[in-house]
Design a protein around this ligand. Structure first.
Ligand SMILES: C[S@@+](CC[C@H](N)C(=O)[O-])C[C@H]1O[C@@H](n2cnc3c(N)ncnc32)[C@H](O)[C@@H]1O
Length: 255
């Protein structure tokens, strides 16, 4: 069972939000006062409406929204280092990008920061990840104005990209991006670890790539780990990335 509760000593606003979230998700709202730590262990996972954010908890893992990876990558770019995702995208700033595997939205925020007029549509199949991240995008206020601007250029939907793409007309996005969970997880990636228990693990197949190419006007960009089988099964036109981290980006151009 999955429930919604609040942090301890909640304000009326938190209680109202938690009740509304529970109603939206069609799951029970439970008053925090009525919950003992032992009770919490019986749930599959549970949402906590805290003061300025919504988190989701599973055993010792807490998932919450934070754009820290985007900030680190932007700092590196400003310091003159290559970011292979941004290199692979080659943006003119006006693109409509479909991010089919939104996750924490870190890469979507980075991409959106390079769009002066375009935007990013994000798709996330996992409901708990979607809830945490979609509320985070609306509520999180960064000290860095570029992060706030980038977040405003993103729309995110709770759906499986397969059914979402199936409903889209051909060539309705400039670029389609897909970053499925690696077959070989990088556990030292501390930003990804809280996401793992809630994520969907699905392997991309040729039919997925055909559908992505159908809805793309320019190209499909895929991310994989060097040890994964993805780029053996699906051969991109170009592969770029860092040998050190093993993280690769493959570009398939629309013909
Ligand atoms: C590796 S993470 C993406 C990380 C993301 N690029 C970021 O910067 O935070 C992969 C995400 O895709 C989601 N996912 C996997 N298969 C999916 C599918 N078929 N449709 C939509 N989302 C999917 C997972 O639940 C997970 O959140």
């Amino acid at each position: 069972m999955v429930i919604v509760t609040t942090s301890h000593n909640p304000s009326k606003y938190q209680v109202d939000r938690a009740s509304a979230l529970a109603k939206d998700l069609k799951i029970p709202y439970v008053n925090r006062k009525e919950l003992k730590s032992a009770d919490l262990e019986q749930f599959e996972y549970y949402y906590v409406v805290e003061k300025g954010r919504i988190t989701v908890k599973f055993k010792n893992t807490t998932l919450f929204f934070h754009p820290s990876t985007a900030k680190v990558r932007m700092r590196n770019i400003k310091n003159g280092f290559k970011d292979y995702l941004i290199e692979a995208l080659k943006l003119n700033g006006k693109e409509l990008i479909l991010d089919t595997t939104f996750g924490l939205g870190s890469e979507a925020i980075l991409m959106a920061a390079f769009l002066s007029e375009g935007k990013v549509i994000g798709i996330e199949a996992s409901t708990p990840i979607y809830v945490v991240v979609s509320h985070g995008l609306k509520e999180y206020r960064a000290k860095e104005e570029w992060v706030n601007n980038a977040m405003r250029k993103i729309e995110v939907y709770n759906d499986n990209f397969r059914s979402f793409i199936f409903r889209q007309e051909s060539e309705s996005f400039d670029i389609v991006y897909c970053d499925p969970m690696f077959e070989n997880p990088v556990y030292k990636s501390s930003s990804m670890n809280p996401l793992r228990p809630f994520a969907l693990y699905e392997t991309l197949n040729e039919e997925d790539i055909d559908q992505m190419l159908r809805v793309a006007r320019k190209k499909v960009v895929l991310k994989a780990h060097g040890k994964d089988t993805l780029f053996d099964r699906i051969k991109p036109d170009i592969v770029m990335g860092s040998r050190k981290s093993g993280v690769l980006y493959g570009v398939i151009f629309k013909r």
